[in-house]
Design a protein around this ligand. Structure first.
Ligand code: ZN
Length: 339
């Protein structure tokens, strides 16, 4: 009993750090993956963090962990993927509050004015004004069929359903959402070229030809990436070339994706890239070995857990930050510190 009590006290006294995971600083509706924080809320987050927490560069946090000098209530900000809004909205606010951040960038889309496959899939299936009545396709041996007759035209009520939908938290509310999720799950583990082949087939099926409809869903241009890293508050981190589900690929493919991305980002930043975030938080022991062998000092998952002195450096946790107000974030941070 006393030992358990002492252990609990020890656990509470143990220094803990948090790594926050943002993706987009933008108004986004619908936002089925809950990845966008609007600029007003983001500014509230920064004000709160500046007032109550020790915001440190992620590299410093990783270094302190290694040296067993983790500072309690230290926090690091991270952004995944490399969307253009990171440059347009996140960078100016970070500079206003003088807070550092690490941007984990998937380099395949930098400067090519294309959406990531999941964004294009969402745009076609959830946002198209009209779709054919029937979806009937073989996707790598998986037969995907959906009758969309009742939803071929995008009504206000379907849009409202999609605005409220949180994928994987709630079941899909429409046939379009069901189809989207089924195709998303089928495509996610596939190689990039096969994903693109199927996205192109789905684009043809939908009758859409334009691929550049949502410039705010693009990645940064190369010039923006250069300008981003020009800020002394910004570090870059690796996030692969094509954002693969690493656990679904061979060690060789994982190595290529990680190394090519690392080299690209090292040229952009003229600095060593030592930190890696696994796309979708997906990794295996092979992935951790690749991260170590290719010279990374730490790698991050999407598992929600704080960083403590015993945390394994190649599977460090991060917390997904949703479109919360400053007060809401404050509540979450307090809870996470107790974990
Ligand atoms: Zn990502």
């Amino acid at each position: 009993m006393i030992r358990r009590l002492l252990n609990n006290v020890k656990k509470q006294l143990e220094p803990k750090a948090l790594v926050l995971m943002y993706h987009r600083i933008a108004e986004l509706e619908p936002d089925i993956w809950r990845l966008a924080v609007n600029p007003e809320n983001f500014e509230e987050h920064l004000r709160l963090l500046q007032r109550k927490w020790h915001v440190v560069p992620l590299a410093e946090l990783a270094k302190n962990l290694k040296a067993k000098k983790l500072r309690n209530k230290s926090i690091a900000l991270t952004f995944d993927d490399g969307y253009v809004d990171n440059f347009l909205h996140a960078k100016p606010l970070l500079e206003k509050y003088k807070l550092p951040a690490t941007f984990f960038i998937s380099s395949g889309n930098i400067g090519n004015q294309a959406e990531f496959w999941w964004d294009e899939l969402e745009r076609i299936i959830l946002h198209s004004e009209q779709l054919p009545f029937i979806f009937d396709m073989q996707l790598e041996g998986i037969h995907v069929f959906m009758n969309l007759t009742a939803e071929y035209f995008l009504t206000e009520s379907i849009k409202a359903n999609h605005r409220q939908w949180k994928a994987y938290v709630q079941p899909p509310p429409t046939a379009r959402a069901m189809l989207f999720l089924k195709v998303w799950e089928t495509l996610r583990p596939l190689p990039h070229t096969i994903q693109q082949k199927h996205i192109s087939e789905i684009r043809d099926w939908s009758g859409q030809t334009c691929t550049t409809l949502r410039p705010l869903c693009h990645s940064m241009t190369l010039q923006q990436a250069f300008a981003l890293v020009n800020s002394s508050l910004v570090d870059l981190g690796a996030h692969t070339v094509s954002h693969p589900d690493l656990a679904a690929h061979s060690k060789t493919v994982q190595q290529q994706e990680i190394l090519q991305n690392k080299k690209f980002l090292e040229e952009v930043s003229t600095d060593r890239i030592n930190l890696l975030a696994y796309p979708y938080g997906s990794y295996t022991p092979d992935t951790m070995a690749v991260a170590k062998e290719t010279g990374f000092t730490a790698a991050f998952t999407t598992d929600s857990r704080p960083i403590k002195s015993g945390s394994e450096p190649y599977r460090l946790g991060r917390f997904l930050i949703e479109n919360w107000t400053g007060d809401e974030l404050d509540q979450h941070l307090k809870q996470w510190l107790k974990m």
